[in-house]
Design a protein around this ligand. Structure first.
Ligand code: UDP
Ligand code: MG
Length: 329
């Protein structure tokens, strides 16, 4: 006899992290309202939207408070300061109570129509994680190479693969969401974590739209630090490379020393070699410093984890049933 428990999915939670998106959020809200109508009609799904205001300074929270909705249950989580997108995604995930959770950007670059496809794969094909992959990157060649090498390094030695060009735009079933909720590490890389949990996954190609308004919230340094986080939290390869490099250098030095000794003994002359010595010293110094830096990155990550601070601090959490006023909880 089969005792499998089946429940009919009723609610979808959509998590929207936002930082200074006052220009875009009203348009997004309208698009989500239309989406909720479609999902209700086709699948009988109700939609919750959870806006996570990541310390915006442009009145994004006020815009959201003013949004009316007949269909959507709206939650607004306001952080006490800017904690970063990873933290905002986590706060949304923690608050989400739906049978599946969708994550999308607030700037209109993630087309809401794709959520219909996500939901279809989830409900019809039984997929646990459906994620969008950018069809074509618009950035320059140098940047693309940099991105590619980061992903290669991150995936090195792993039994799972994080796809380059995957967006944070994705749907997680209740099972996958619960697994992700259980991972409280501080050095977070959302795309990687949600692949790490496993389950039945599906990729979908998409073409990101233009931003509705405002500008990108990522600086070169923010992106570089996020990528470093991704590498150190998913791969031990840099540590291994530094060990191997150490071995290679030691072996070279040993062979070179042997050669000098032999030349000395056979020909009875000391090799004049000050420039050579300097070059080798500098080389060894450089490699040592690089290896120290790599070690430091991992040590820093351990320090972050050990401190065990919360991932974010909430200043305000409001909730509103469809057609109600936003009220504090
Ligand atoms: N975001 C955020 N906190 C940040 C930076 C960005 O919540 O510190 C949000 C931002 O408001 C947007 C999403 O993350 O909804 C993606 O950011 P953005 O569009 O600037 O990134 P891009 O599309 O350029 O990669
Ligand atoms: Mg964007």
């Amino acid at each position: 006899m089969n005792y499998a428990i089946t429940t009919i999915p009723r609610r979808l939670s959509i998590v929207v992290p936002l930082f200074n998106e006052a220009e875009s959020v009203a348009d997004l809200h309208r698009a989500l309202e239309a989406l909720a109508g479609r999902l209700d009609q086709v699948h009988g799904l109700a939609v919750d939207v959870i806006y996570v205001d990541d310390g915006s300074r442009d009145g994004s929270a006020d815009v959201i408070s003013g949004l009316r909705s007949d269909r959507l249950r709206v939650e607004l989580i306001r952080f006490s300061r800017n904690f970063g997108k990873e933290a905002a995604l986590t706060a949304g995930l923690d608050a989400a109570t739906g049978d599946a959770v969708v994550f999308m950007d607030a700037d209109g670059q993630h087309p809401p129509e794709l959520i219909d496809t996500f939901v279809r794969h989830w409900l019809v094909d039984g997929d646990d994680i459906v994620y969008a992959v950018r069809r074509r990157r618009q950035e320059g060649l140098g940047y693309r190479l940099l991105v590619k090498s980061f992903y290669n390094l991150m995936n090195a030695g792993n039994t799972f693969r994080i796809t380059p060009d995957a967006a944070d735009f994705r749907l997680l079933s209740a099972k996958a969401a619960a697994a992700l909720r259980g991972m409280r590490e501080r050095g977070r890389f959302f795309k990687g974590l949600s692949i790490w949990v496993g389950f039945k996954q599906r990729k979908i190609d998409y073409q990101p739209a233009e931003r509705i308004g405002g500008t990108t919230k990522w600086s070169f340094w923010k992106l570089l630090l996020l990528s470093l986080n991704g590498v150190t939290s998913f791969s031990r390869m840099p540590l291994r490379i530094s060990t191997l490099l150490g071995f290679a250098m030691a072996l070279t030095a040993f062979t070179y020393g042997l050669w000098i000794t032999i030349v000395c003994l056979v020909h009875g002359v000391a090799l004049p070699g000050v420039p050579g010595v300097i070059a080798i010293l500098v080389l060894i110094g450089g490699v040592l410093l690089i290896n120290l830096g790599i070690l430091g990155e991992y040590l820093g990550e351990i320090l972050d984890e050990v401190k065990d601070r919360p991932l974010y601090v909430i200043a305000e959490h409001m909730r509103r049933e469809p057609a109600d006023e936003l009220s504090r909880t």
